[in-house]
Design a protein around this ligand. Structure first.
Ligand code: PAF
Length: 284
């Protein structure tokens, strides 16, 4: 497995790959878990070459967020990548990505605004900036993102479309613990009771709301869900239904069941921020 700590060394290697080779790319911030492994496996299946990046990107963390505390487990991550047979790992440094006097940001201005855009101002500008920089260096044919971060997926898909980038953005299903809790690098911060008993309530409610929408055309229990999750210990940031792919507000009175919907949740449990979502597939 090739491991590159400099973008220039990586680009030199990349430029020698013959053009017909299909390149799959899995950008991550490390602390890899089975959710990341499923992105890597999908890329390995669909491409000749799979490239993984590990970079905890400072520009997507707000001043009071957990950039310094974000888990860093490089040796285990490289071990996993090696065991899965990833071809190359890019480990750029902050100085390499954002040299002194760096001053250009990429900003998607519709899909990035609601939901996490409200609670993490500037977050998606950091995400689109790093992802575009990585796309320009890696030049992938396919890039793989987990659907747990559904808003991130739709923001990146929109950026790729708006900027005419020639690659496909592939969303991979969320991997869950048996309890239904979506895998996340941050789950390790939860107490055992929170992780096994309380956090799984998110997915239980999301599924129940999806059932309601499919059977009644609306989700009358959304307030009940919010109250129940609050009583269980969550500090809720949002529990909302949005239309896809632009994440516009959902109006049950005009919904024709021909448009996919996202039911999305974000909240703090024991100071750990958890997000999750389910998609309501339209009937075409
Ligand atoms: O989803 C993530 O891990 C990050 O937001 C990403 C896409 C690697 C950009 O830093």
């Amino acid at each position: 497995m090739n491991v590159f700590r400099s973008i220039q060394d990586f680009k030199n290697w990349r430029s020698k790959l013959p053009p017909p080779v299909s390149v799959g790319f899995v950008p991550t911030m490390g602390a890899l878990h089975p959710g990341h492994a499923s992105l890597i496996r999908r890329s390995l299946l669909e491409n000749d070459i799979t490239i993984l990046s590990i970079f905890v990107n400072p520009t997507q963390f707000g001043p009071n967020e957990d950039f310094n505390q974000y888990p860093r487990t490089l040796e285990e991550d490289l071990e996993l990548a090696r065991s899965l047979r990833v071809d190359a790992v890019l480990l750029p440094t902050v100085a390499d990505v954002y040299p002194t006097h760096y001053s250009t940001m990429i900003c998607e201005s519709v899909v990035s605004k609601p939901l996490c855009g409200i609670f993490r101002p500037g977050h998606f500008d950091g995400v689109t900036t790093i992802v575009l920089k990585l796309f320009l260096g890696v030049r992938p044919n396919h890039a793989y993102f987990g659907m747990k971060d559904a808003q991130q997926f739709y923001v990146i898909q929109k950026m790729v479309k708006d900027l005419d980038l020639e690659l496909s953005v592939v969303g991979v299903d969320t991997v869950r613990e048996e309890s239904g809790l979506a895998l996340s690098s941050r789950n390790r911060y939860l107490s055992s009771d929170a992780r096994t008993r309380v956090a799984p309530m998110i997915y239980t409610w999301l599924c129940r709301l999806r059932e309601e929408i499919l059977s009644k055309g609306a989700a009358p229990s959304i307030q009940l869900a919010a109250r129940d999750l609050k009583e269980a210990g969550f500090q809720i940031q949002y529990l909302e239904i949005r239309s896809l792919p632009r994440l516009e507000s959902f109006d049950a009175s005009i919904w024709q069941k021909d448009q996919d919907l996202l039911i999305a949740f974000a909240g703090l449990l024991e100071k750990t921020r958890l997000i999750d979502n389910v998609i309501v597939q339209a009937i075409h």
